[in-house]
Design a protein. Structure first.
Length: 117
């Protein structure tokens, strides 16, 4: 079992920045590929970014490429999402995801990001 707790969401103006954190506990953090997903009101949950278990590879949705950066700190068992140049369409609940080598997904409870003037 892996427990995931997100933090760092809030209200920000368009063009602003936020950094989301996801604290992991339980099984060995370094064994999991980690990702961020988001769900806007009335929409399906969508992929945002992923980082491989060894932090060598990262992947981004086209909608956030060049603006968001995913990273992980294995020593601190923490996943991050640095979000710059935020747009109103980035408004959503952001979820942390851990994917085990057995294909099991773990989810956090989400943190809300609102981009509005």
């Amino acid at each position: 079992q892996v427990q995931l707790v997100e933090s760092g969401g809030g209200l920000v103006q368009p063009g602003g920045s936020l950094r989301l954190s996801c604290a992991a506990s339980g099984r060995t953090f370094s064994n999991y590929a980690m990702a961020w997903f988001r769900q806007a009101p009335g929409k399906e949950r969508e992929f945002v970014a992923r980082v491989s278990w060894n932090a060598v590879s990262t992947y981004y949705a086209d909608s956030v490429k060049g603006r968001f950066t995913i990273s992980r700190d294995t020593a601190q068992n923490t996943l991050y999402l640095q979000m710059n140049s935020l747009k109103p369409e980035d408004t959503a609940v952001y979820y942390c995801n851990a994917l085990s080598s057995e294909g099991i997904n773990y989810w956090g409870q989400g943190t809300r990001v609102t981009v509005s003037s």
